[in-house]
Write a protein that binds this ligand. Structure first.
Ligand code: SD4
Length: 326
């Protein structure tokens, strides 16, 4: 899409929203994709997308695709997802994750989870095996252990120091120094049958206060799936996402007729309305809809996202948000 066309689309969307009408911009072919369609945050999402597609093409379920896809990033040595992620202010890695299933509108989350290799699996177990949605801290960890999930014991000084060394060497690898080694994975899947699921996993904001929970495990903030409409996921500064239920907002914008891209842009504009001028919001979103269209937008110039269909995988740049509305 050309810059002019993009700006035109944004202008159309803003005018329509201002008039309190349904915003429908012309759909470009680029925004339409085959199914299955998998969309995730950041270039590192591509490897997760590829795994998710493999699972689907092998006959796996949407939830298997989400879970196993996210495993790839969680175990990749990523500096902000999984146990290799950023520690909090006390030097401890506390992980947040969630998963959501479109057909039955069920969800599961874990927050502040320590020492579990795959927090996304803990989230899935919460969804499938309990009558709850969110487990936190030691309760989440005990649950994950009872479920037999792989743990990495970091409690003894010796183990902790060994892990810290491993993490330092992983993060020193040239690939880890690239600017794309950043942030949360939010992964959305649209299946051939039109059903939708999604997941999100992160170590959260580096240096956060112990116990701080971000947007990523909060349904409607870091992730939202509505099987009638579409799905959205977030990466960036959680505090600026969760105060606006931004993923929910994006899905609701799509319900009103916006394309995934327009919906992401309009959610960012909504947040901008009440944030002080010049604040670096650091909020970035991906979205897909039931028709197989996808889109993204972010306030971080370097934000990129990954899109996968049976036709191939691509890493796409942040299309931006046009001239901010004030
Ligand atoms: C959080 N949104 O905990 C997550 C982490 C992230 O850029 O994506 N940071 O705030």
């Amino acid at each position: 899409m050309t810059r002019r066309k993009f700006l035109n689309q944004v202008a159309v969307g803003v005018a329509a929203a201002t008039a309190n009408t349904v915003a429908r911009s012309a759909e470009s072919k680029e925004e339409k994709g085959e199914v299955p369609l998998i969309v995730s945050t950041w270039p590192f999402g591509k490897a997760s997308n590829d795994e998710a597609l493999k699972i689907l093409l092998g006959g796996g379920s949407l939830l298997d695709a989400v879970e196993k896809g996210i495993w790839v990033t969680e175990s990749s040595g990523n500096g902000s997802v999984g146990l290799s992620g950023s520690p909090n202010a006390a030097g401890v890695v506390q992980l947040d994750a969630c998963i959501m299933n479109g057909p039955d509108h069920k969800a599961g989350s874990v927050a502040g989870l320590e020492g579990i290799r795959h927090p996304i699996s803990a989230a899935r177990r919460v969804m499938e095996k309990t009558r709850h949605v969110l487990l936190v801290g030691e309760g989440a960890r005990m649950f994950a252990l009872e479920e037999g999930l792989e743990s990495v014991e970091l409690n003894s000084k010796e183990r902790y120091e060994k892990w810290q060394k491993q993490r330092a060497s992983q993060r020193a690898k040239p690939a880890e120094k690239k600017p794309d080694n950043h942030d949360t994975i939010a992964l959305l899947v649209l299946g051939k049958d039109g059903n939708i699921a999604g997941g999100c996993s992160t170590s959260g904001l580096g240096g956060k206060l112990p116990g701080r929970v971000g947007d990523s495990p909060i349904i409607g903030s870091g992730l939202y799936v509505d099987n009638e409409v579409g799905a959205a996921g977030a990466t960036g500064l959680g505090e600026n996402v969760m105060r606006y239920c931004a993923s929910f907002l994006i899905v609701e914008f799509m319900r009103q007729g916006m394309t995934p891209h327009e919906a992401c842009v309009q959610a960012i504009r909504r947040v901008m309305r009440t944030e002080p001028k010049g604040t670096n919001l650091s909020i970035n979103f991906v979205a897909l809809d039931k028709q197989g269209r996808y889109g993204a937008a972010g306030t971080d110039g370097g934000f990129q996202y990954s899109v996968t269909t049976p036709g191939g995988s691509r890493v796409l740049p942040n299309p931006g948000i046009g001239t901010p509305e004030r």
